[in-house]
Design a protein around this ligand. Sequence first.
Ligand code: NAD
Length: 478
Amino acid sequence: MPATYDTPLGLYIGGEWLSGGGRDTHDVLNPATGAGQAALPLATIDDLDRALAAAERGFIAWRATPPEQRGAVLTKTAQLLRERADRITRIATLEQGKIQAEAKGELAAAAALLDFHAAEGQRIYGRVLPRPSGTRSMVLHQPVGPVAAFCAWNFPIMNVVRKLAPAIAAGCSIIIKPSEETAGSAVEVLRCFQDAGLPGDVAQCVFGVPDQISRHLLASPITRKLSFTGSVPVGKQLMKLAADTMMHTTMELGGHSPVLVFDDCDLDKTLDILVTHKFRNAGQVCVAPTRFHVQDGIYDRFASGFAERTRALRIGDGMDAASQMGPMANPRRPEAIAELVGDATGRGATLLAGGDRGGEGGFFFQPTVLSDVPLAARAMNEEPFGPVALLTRFGSEADAVEEANRLPFGLAAYCFTENGRRQNRLGDDIEAGMIAINTVRLSWGDSPFGGMKDSGHGSEDGPEGIAAHLVTKAVHIS
Ligand code: NAD
């Protein structure tokens, strides 16, 4: 029997679920079939004003709530998320397409992040500075205020938790607009917060026309911080809006991650982890390995090993346990990937695997490997955000680093080498917010996640993720 998408969708404002009422709706699609499966109500300007008023009230109450009480809500939310894992991950796959195993991994990581923030929110310390006897100066860190958060569809559970958890731990209120395309997962996450006892006004969740919502929320003097996960062009547009009220910003934008593979790496191990990581979530990951720069001595073996492993991947409906890669999330993505692949082969790249749509009816694109891709190819310069591996050769370490730093992006980079001194140099010289050496894992709850250059600024996760929701004050007492 086909799995059912059975979550009632609504806006969550002031502790109430709202739907109907003549609001416009958006059809949430199943990427594996292209069929509509639920109608999502879209917020009116009136709804947004109610959300702003609720967030203003919520902030006043929540900032005065003891940190251990805030932490207890986050801990309970993590527990509910784990208890409801089957239901929530099914919804995530049905609306986003990723395979069930990945949705379950995403949920587990989101629950762990909630646990981290539950504890870290209780460690917001200030400083007392020595002054002449009887006097002192203090440095205080206080919650910044109501947050407006916007996030993308690629991690429908984690992206939402990454916005809510640090804001709530720090004592802020928040209005979140997750992606309309993956609304069900967001609604389920909000229900966990609600059932864990989060007071109604602290977190609001709205959906609608993204441009209209961001303009309205960012123009309001109530909003004190913008937190965005999405593309570079939209990020730049939102930064301009945020400038008018001088609000704080955390921008987690796109990337174009280089992978430097040196002659001295453990080739089979490197190939095994890179192929799996490349095609995770059909390549729709901001830190996805994208440009594979491989040293001359192992290039041919790397390319044939990569292509062979890629051709063996099974693509299909994410609900099918046999699938190793699901469809892309929406009809825009296979369209964009087909264009980038056509451009690269037209400029002389060699197609080693995939290259076309696959599956029937849904938004599929085959896992694709292109070899000897010229630097002028569009895909070598624009974020593909899809299942395409771009392979090129390099000679020296200096050439590889120069190429890694060539683009305006600076989110993640991967290096594979057994040479310890080189590992240190690469960590120093590559311009990226996260560098993984002989591993592909760079997201841990306790370490900062974020980029530099056009990939954005500020960090999520780790103590830095909480610090990004605080303002600093100096108080001098005589
Ligand atoms: P897009 O930029 O149109 O939308 C990305 C997300 O941003 C959407 O989910 C939407 O909720 C939000 N958004 C869009 N316009 C907005 C606005 N004016 N105000 C507030 N929120 C807004 O792109 P897309 O076609 O959905 O995805 C493709 C591109 O998005 C990729 O090239 C990639 O760079 C980027 N992307 C990045 C991430 C990431 O994790 N950094 C995630 C998903 C998508």
